[in-house]
Design a binder for this molecule. Structure first.
Ligand code: ACO
Length: 330
């Protein structure tokens, strides 16, 4: 039940857009160069294909295209945005940030722009960060983007990792609007972030500017990641339910980070979320890291599932470990 409370600024979704590289690589394509099978990949992960960026498609290219689509969806221009946050682990260059490249391409000159790095949790971290700026009254409209080209840091000879990932970008525009301070308000109702650096060796990149002066490759203890993921995800989603006094029954859509179909199913089951409420795009996109949640939102919005007023839970977990959840009334 929602009790009337004091007026409160909310970060309301006013635009959404996405962009994928043109090239689609199926599991059958991977079979040609790797000791793997479509059956193994589908059975263990649910992934059937992924989009892989060509040489002329960079993280910024995808981020800018997704941002343009979100602006068009919102009926806004770059001049209406005063905060840009890009969640990425694979910027075009070590600096300047992708966020400032987006600014320049879209004619955004107001406020700040920066990249944020929390690997696969990046989009939830960016959303939570933007929400703080907007609800504090510091900014009016935030463009938040999850964009990654993890294909650039894959070891294409390591079948245990390279089959899992894909490239893409998704963008969301949040606008500060006054709500009533209840869970019936539109906008971000709560966001919870966590990190535990003791798990750094379970999922990492074996290079970087200050260590090897190269970008390195992804290394992963897959079983350990899998084992810990479900517990950590359930813990933070439960915190989001508890702080808003909402329940899995009240939820319209669960839009998890798309890493692995089995992690998604096990998390939903542990949380008591009905399978028909779970949005899954891992079959189409693979794990696109920070892009996976906005890409999934875009699919479910475009096919008519997610509508204005729906209660949507987002969650993600990634290297670090980092993890988080956000509850939004669309
Ligand atoms: N094709 C065929 N065989 C493979 C492949 C492949 N692509 N990759 C590994 N194998 C083999 C292994 O070599 C091993 O063979 P062996 O038994 O002869 O030694 C066998 O399959 C089993 O390997 P495991 O690694 O134990 O397989 P597992 O059942 O754990 O599945 C997987 C691997 C899919 C990576 C799983 O551990 C997983 O999903 N982990 C979560 C990781 C994840 O999603 N990471 C994404 C980033 S983190 C995040 O976003 C949450």
């Amino acid at each position: 039940m929602t009790q009337p409370q004091c007026a409160k600024l909310r970060s309301v979704v006013v635009g959404l857009g996405a962009s994928l590289p043109k090239r689609v690589v199926s599991n059958a394509d991977l079979e040609k160069s790797l000791d793997t099978t479509d059956e193994w990949i589908v059975h263990r992960t649910g992934i059937r294909q992924r989009h892989i960026a060509s040489d002329d498609e960079r993280t910024s290219t995808l981020a800018i295209a997704a941002a343009r689509a979100a602006l068009e969806d919102a009926g806004l221009s770059g001049a209406d945005i005063d905060l840009v946050i890009v969640a990425t682990t694979t910027p075009d260059q070590t600096f300047p940030s992708v966020a400032t490249q987006v600014q320049a391409a879209l004619g955004i000159t107001a406020g700040a722009a920066f990249d944020l790095q929390a690997v696969c949790s990046g989009f939830v971290f960016a959303l939570a960060t933007a929400d703080k700026f907007l609800t504090a009254g510091a900014n009016k409209r935030a463009l938040i983007i999850g964009a990654d080209t993890l294909s650039r840091i894959l070891d294409w000879e390591d079948r245990a990792t390279c089959v899992l990932f894909g490239d893409g970008a998704g963008a969301l525009i949040l606008e500060a609007q006054e709500g009533e301070g209840t869970s019936a308000d539109r906008g971000v109702l709560t966001a919870h972030l966590r990190a535990d650096g003791r798990h750094g060796d379970k999922l990492y990149v074996d290079g970087g500017p200050s260590s090897t002066a190269t970008s390195g490759h992804i290394r992963m203890q897959g079983r350990e990641v899998f084992r810990l993921a479900v517990t950590m995800i359930a813990d933070v989603v439960e915190a989001a339910f508890a702080s808003t006094k909402t329940t899995p029954e009240a939820l319209d859509w669960f839009v998890p980070h798309q890493a692995n179909s089995r992690i998604i199913d096990a998390s939903a089951e542990k949380l008591g979320i009905a399978p028909h409420k779970v949005v899954k795009t891992v079959d189409l996109h693979g794990n696109t890291s920070a892009a996976s949640i906005p890409l999934a939102l875009n699919v479910a919005r475009d096919d008519g599932r997610i509508r204005k007023g729906d209660l949507v839970m987002l969650e993600a977990m990634g290297g670090g470990f980092t993890w988080g959840a956000a509850l939004i009334r669309w």
